[in-house]
Each structure stands twice: as C-alpha cells, then as structure tokens.
Design a protein around this ligand. Structure first.
Ligand code: SF4
Length: 386
C-alpha cells in the first residue's frame, strides 16, 4: 500500500457521508451503514444496475471546495483538514486496492476546485488512467461537475459505467435556498439533457463495453423545505424526459459550522417514502396524481404510499387474484413484480382459493389480504397464535 496517499484516502473516506448512490438497502429501502473492510477507508457493498453486488470505494478526488452550499461539510471557509489527490496518485492507490481485492469498483466525486471545467478534467484524467494505462474494466461511477462542458460529459460517458449530476433540490427556487452558487438550469439540468441527447443520437463509442452509462441524481430531502410532491414531480420528469435511471434521496441532517447547523434533521423515514413513491411511478404504473399526498404535499410518514393508496382505492373494490392483469396485481400491497409473475404462472394450472397457496409463492399475505378476492371470496389473514 502506498503509505503517502493512503492517509489521504482515509481522511476523505471519513468525510464522504452525503452520497447514497448504489448503497445496499435491505428490503429495498432501509439504510445500512457502509461496511469498512480495510481499516478506516469506506468500502460499501453496493448493488450495481443488473443486480450484481461489488465492493465499492466511494471517495473524492479533493475535498477543497470553492463554493459554499449551505448544507455541505466541504463548503469553502469551513475549518477542517482538506485532502487532494493528483489523478495518477489516486489511480495508483485504487489499483493497489483492486489488486489486493479490497475494492472492485469506484464512485469518484469531487469538490469544486479551480472551476467546474478544471475539476472535471481531473476526474476525467483519473478515469482515463484507470481505463487506458491500467486496463481496469471494473465499475466506475463518475460525478459530472456543475459547469462541466458538453465534450467533457461525452468523454465521461465513453469511460465509465454510470454518471451522476446531483440536482440537490427539485427546482431553481429551492436550489437557491440550499446552494446559491449553483445554477439549476444551466449547470445541473443542462448536463443531464446532454447525456440523454448523446445517448439517443450517437452509438456508444466506448471501446471497452459498447454501452452508454446509466444516469442518476441525488436530492437533499428536506434541505430546502421542499415537499415530496415537488421532489417526485421533478423525478418523474427526469425518468421520462432525460432517461434518468434512478433518483437517490438523502434526508437532510445538519453539519456543524455550516449556515444550516441549527436546522432540524429530517426524519430518515422520509427517504423511504420518497424511494417508495418514486418506484411506484417508475416501475408500478402509478401516476403522480394517484400517490396519497397530504395537503402539505408530503407523503404520510407512518404508512407506505402503496398501502395508503390501496386503503383508499381497493378496500371497497378488492381485486380478484385469479383474473387480474399483471398491472392490477402489482398495485396490490405485498405483491411485487416477481410475485405478480409467479401468480400469473401458477394460476395457469390451478385457481388460488386460499391465502396459504399465495403465501407459498412468496406473497406477503398480511399486506395483500385486505385488498384481494380469491375465487370470489375475501379471506382474512389471521396472525399465527404464539
Ligand atoms: S460544490 Fe459540492 S462539495 Fe462544494 S460546497 Fe457545494 S455540495 Fe459541497
């Protein structure tokens, strides 16, 4: 291990606490602490697009930032020890971790130092060294900096598996409250449009896997007092119009010595509700208007949005499991995409007549039973006696 640069990585790993991308979430939602596999550097077990799980190093190329986002531990003027890698130093260190089987992939971000274009150049140089000098073919997720140029965005797309542009807030007005030096439309949304434009209009020109990378973004949930409705409205648009794969939500928590240090932390449950809402729209055919928002535009915290929707819409009109289409089945709480397919397959041979047969193929009957009919009859679920 390179003893000169390892302490820098350790320092940066301690500070890399805002990025939730690729985190493993048991049952789809709840947050787990990253597992640290090599003393004090942060290696996260991460699910990649496609389901493969790898050991992912998340870090920054530099924590020296010239901007002053109100929520951010790296903001200019905050008193803490900064660390900066040269691209070659970082690439050497990372390959050392790869060769020792400590890390298998990387999520590389950066603070803004010397402008967005200059910072993007450093990130690109690092990815280029990994791919071309060291022939690394594993997973790379690279951050697109605010203010990066279109040619830089395209170069990033040629080198990596995933690119991300963190919007942080759902619109111009909300971003101004959170990060007044960032420009929502020109600096953040524009790169997302370029990525989709390149993806749609040019064949992949990367030599190593012939696929354009996926795109993700992250929001600071509750950082600008925005509502869930605002966040999910923007997320829906991003999925539909700029080919976003996934939005990540990070519940705001105050960092000492920032302008928001006295702002109350946001309940982490809100993250779960936002993920659930975004998945209902992206994967389950729900429209934004169907989600059970309260008057303040937020989803209820204590009940998941699919269950809340079913209580309103299915309690009086339960769905017959033996006849329902796939689209109808996946709207029932306790039935996901895979279990809907299992129902369709099983009912080719036999009708479902009781909850136990549904349970056998993996349906959560506790959640589903209030909203379904089995061969015309409603079956109530009984908790097992102790
Ligand atoms: S530009 Fe990025 S690193 Fe710098 S203060 Fe803003 S969020 Fe933090």
């Amino acid at each position: 291990m390179d003893m000169e640069t390892y302490p820098l990585l350790k320092l940066l790993s301690e500070q890399m606490n805002l990025e939730t991308a690729e985190e493993c979430r048991p049952s789809g939602y709840s947050k787990v602490k990253p597992s640290v596999t090599d003393r004090d550097i942060s290696i996260t077990p991460a699910h990649l697009p496609g389901g493969k799980s790898i050991l992912l190093l998340k870090t920054l190329l530099t924590s020296a930032c010239e901007r002053d986002c109100f929520y951010c531990p790296f903001r200019a003027g905050r008193d803490f020890r900064r660390a900066t890698f040269k691209p070659i130093e970082f690439a050497d260190l990372f390959m050392n971790l790869v060769n020792r089987r400590i890390a298998e992939g990387i999520f590389l971000s950066s603070s803004v130092a010397g402008g967005g274009i200059h910072t993007q150049d450093k990130l690109l140089e690092t990815a280029d060294i990994l791919r071309r000098k060291y022939g690394f073919r594993g997973y790379i997720h690279l951050k697109i900096m605010p203010g990066a140029e279109k040619a830089q965005v395209e170069r990033a797309m040629q080198l990596v598996d995933r690119v991300s542009v963190n919007l942080e807030a759902p619109n111009t007005e909300r971003l101004a409250r959170l990060a007044p030096q960032k420009v929502f439309l020109e600096e953040l949304l524009q790169p997302l449009r370029w990525i989709e434009d390149i993806r749609r209009n040019s064949p992949p020109s990367n030599k190593w896997n012939r696929r354009w990378p996926s795109t993700v973004t992250q929001f600071v949930a509750g950082g600008s007092d925005e509502s869930d409705l605002e966040l999910l409205e923007t997320t829906r648009w991003l999925h539909k119009d700029v080919g976003l794969s996934r939005a990540y939500f990070s519940a705001f928590h105050p960092i000492p010595d920032t302008p928001f240090e006295n702002k109350p932390a946001v309940n982490p449950l809100r993250e779960q509700r936002l993920y659930q809402g975004s998945f209902l729209i992206r994967d389950y055919g729900f429209s934004l208007e169907e989600l059970p928002f309260k008057e303040d535009g937020n989803l209820p915290l204590l009940i998941d949005p699919k269950f809340a929707w079913a209580q309103i819409n299915l309690s009086e009109k339960p769905i017959e499991v033996n006849k329902a289409s796939r689209q109808e089945l996946i709207r029932i709480p306790g039935i996901g995409q895979k279990s809907a397919d299992a129902i369709l397959k099983a009912r080719r041979f036999n009708k479902f007549r009781d909850l136990s047969t549904l349970k056998k193929i993996g349906i959560s009957v506790e959640r589903a039973s209030p909203f379904i009919l089995l061969d015309g009859r409603k079956s109530s679920f009984q908790l097992p006696l102790l």
